[in-house]
Design a binder for this molecule. Structure first.
Ligand SMILES: NC(=O)c1ccc[n+]([C@@H]2O[C@H](COP(=O)([O-])OP(=O)(O)OC[C@H]3O[C@@H](n4cnc5c(N)ncnc54)[C@H](OP(=O)(O)O)[C@@H]3O)[C@@H](O)[C@H]2O)c1
Length: 230
């Protein structure tokens, strides 16, 4: 299996959970190297060449990629009036077009194997939007259309495509938020706490397991209830 952006944060927790389960796990990184026990490949998902080379290296070392977790992502927040086209494009390119690049490359091996699992890490922001995150929310909402199209296109080949929509999870990404913004967020979370990366990993383990063989095209929130009903 392969996790993009698996060198830290949620991606690392995902990779470690699968490795602890006995799976052969590869992670992409952008130069930081791979954490101990994981096979690392350098890859920037904004480059189709990098993505192709990374898959070839993983296939040579571990065999075909049966489970793909498209997790790499960035934010570049700003109010719409001041959001440059460059900022919008950069976030879309990493979060959405990057996911398209890895999914497309993964499809080659999955079609041959006539089976595969794709899991896209979106966000609750895809469902309810967020001020200052037009670029990020658009990219994360795009993942839902991407996954559901793949689910319909490749379902007959036993390939599933699902989305996880994490809420507010304690990682470097949310550490950048101010204390005031953190309290404001928690006020709307029924479970009254941030989630952990391990809790996102639990959802991914389920979607990759035999128990989820008949589950495709879903958006599975892991969000303490913040987006329920949407
Ligand atoms: N934290 C949350 O509350 C939260 C909530 C909802 C959704 N998410 C989503 O969950 C995913 C992981 O988030 P996180 O909180 O773990 O973020 P993080 O700690 O900032 O880690 C982001 C990961 O993505 C990688 N990455 C970024 N741009 C890349 C690119 N162009 N090519 C390859 N790798 C790239 C980073 O690599 P480097 O180490 O090289 O920078 C890093 O491994 C993201 O898609 C994020 O949008 C997070």
């Amino acid at each position: 299996m392969l996790v993009t952006g698996g060198n830290r944060g949620i991606g690392l927790a995902l990779a470690e959970a699968f490795a602890a389960n006995g799976d052969r796990v590869a992670v992409t990184h952008r130069g930081s190297g791979a954490p101990d026990g994981l096979f690392g490949v350098q890859c920037d998902v904004t480059s189709a060449e990098d993505v192709d080379a990374a898959f070839s290296a993983v296939e040579a070392e571990l065999g075909p990629v049966q489970v793909l977790i498209s997790n790499a992502g960035i934010t570049d927040d700003g109010l719409l009036l001041r959001m440059s086209e460059d900022s919008f494009q950069r976030v879309l390119d990493a979060n959405l077009t990057g996911a398209y690049r890895v999914a497309k490359r993964a499809t080659q091996g999955m079609l041959k194997a006539r089976s595969g699992r794709m899991i896209f890490i979106s966000s609750v922001v895809a469902l309810f939007g967020a001020p200052g995150q037009a670029n990020y929310a658009a990219s994360k909402a795009g993942l839902i259309g991407l996954a559901r199209s793949i689910a319909r296109e490749l379902g007959s080949r036993t390939i599933t495509a699902n989305v996880i929509a994490p809420g507010f999870i304690d990682t470097d990404m949310t550490a950048e938020m101010s204390d005031a913004r953190r309290s404001e967020v928690l006020a709307n979370v029924p479970l009254k706490r941030y989630g952990t990366a391990d809790e996102v990993a639990g959802a991914a383990m389920y979607l990759a397991s035999d128990a989820a063989a008949y589950v495709t095209g879903v958006v599975l929130p892991v969000d303490g209830g913040v987006a329920m009903g949407l």
